[in-house]
Design a protein around this ligand. Structure first.
Ligand SMILES: Cc1cc2nc3c(=O)[nH]c(=O)nc-3n(C[C@H](O)[C@H](O)[C@H](O)COP(=O)(O)O)c2cc1C
Length: 294
């Protein structure tokens, strides 16, 4: 399917507005399982890596997934090879993809985020950086993306370290995401993305103890679509920088709704677990939906 919906995002030319949600499409595993064809006809207009942290992480103990009536809850816990491992192993693979690369990073302090931004921002293979701020700052105890002052302080530290576009990935588990978006914009962010997963919980039916190894998990998929639409619309009223909207997108009409609410790009996450080619299918459906108005 050839999709012609050219889009410019933070100065980056993209074939269409559909990208993957961080952590929901492993391009290296996809090549192994589905072969080069899936990679050559890459389903997304840009590739967003899963979160990279300074140190390597094993992730949370199992079980890591709980299926919901209309979605998924995960407590994967951000397993990754760490910064050095990413640079040595994953970056060369991601750089071979036929689309621009966005690297998603998370630190447990502002200094850690700064280290990640400086190291990855200096690499020519990287088109932009996405800051996953859904994580407590060990120095202040506040979630970096849940408090506008905390977000502003983070941007003040990392903005000077790179000229590459910085996308702040907002958490929906905050009392006022539009205020956080505004703080990010005022402190120099080039874009915001939302929503990350919503905190949820499931109990083991036998024991009554939390089912997920991490205790709680992040809810995604169609269950969060209405929340995502409302948050994207509210953020679009507050900021002028571009928005990557995501949360429960499973069809071109869902993507069109987020564009109508003010997004420039649309992320597809959970749907890719059902259909690894969901990105190109949704881009094609979006083109139809925009052309026919249905
Ligand atoms: C299994 C899984 C892993 C995820 N890993 C990450 C991650 O590493 N970094 C991140 O910023 N978001 C991560 N997310 C959040 C998604 O990128 C996205 O924001 C969220 O799932 C909402 O979109 P969706 O409903 O289309 O899945 C993950 C989501 C899922 C379901």
């Amino acid at each position: 399917m050839t999709v012609s919906l050219p889009t410019t995002f933070c100065g980056i030319d993209l074939a269409h507005p559909i990208v993957n949600g961080s952590g929901t499409f492993d391009a290296i595993a996809a090549r192994r399982v589905f072969g080069d064809a899936l990679i050559e006809r890459f389903p997304f207009a840009a590739f967003v890596s899963k979160t990279v942290t300074v140190e390597a992480r094993e992730g949370n103990p199992p079980p890591r997934l709980w299926e919901l009536p209309a979605g998924l809850m995960n407590s994967i816990g951000l397993p990754n090879r760490g910064l050095d491992g990413y640079l040595a192993h994953d970056l060369p693979e991601h750089a071979r993809l036929p689309v621009p690369l966005v690297v998603n990073v998370m630190g447990f302090s502002r200094a850690e985020v700064a280290r990640l931004v400086a190291a990855l921002g200096a690499r020519e293979e990287v088109a932009a950086l996405e800051l996953n701020v859904s994580c407590p700052n060990v120095e202040t105890g506040l979630v970096m993306g849940a408090d506008p002052d905390e977000t502003a302080a983070l941007l003040a530290d990392v903005r000077p370290l790179t000229a590459k576009p910085l996308i702040v990935k907002l958490t929906p588990n905050a009392s006022d995401p539009p205020a956080v978006a505004q703080a990010a914009q005022d402190a120099g962010a080039d874009a915001v993305s939302l929503v990350n997963t919503l905190r949820g919980m499931a109990l083991d039916p036998q024991t009554g103890a939390p089912w997920l190894g991490g205790g709680t998990g992040g809810v995604s998929g169609p269950a969060v679509r209405a929340v995502a639409l409302a948050q994207v619309a509210a953020v679009a009223e507050r900021v002028t920088i571009p928005i990557v909207g995501m949360g429960g997108v499973a069809s071109g009409r869902d993507a069109r709704d987020l564009l109508r609410a003010g997004a420039t790009l649309v992320g597809v996450g959970t749907e890719s677990f059902r259909d690894p080619a969901a990105g190109s299918r949704i881009a094609g459906e979006l083109e139809d939906a925009l052309r026919t108005g249905v």
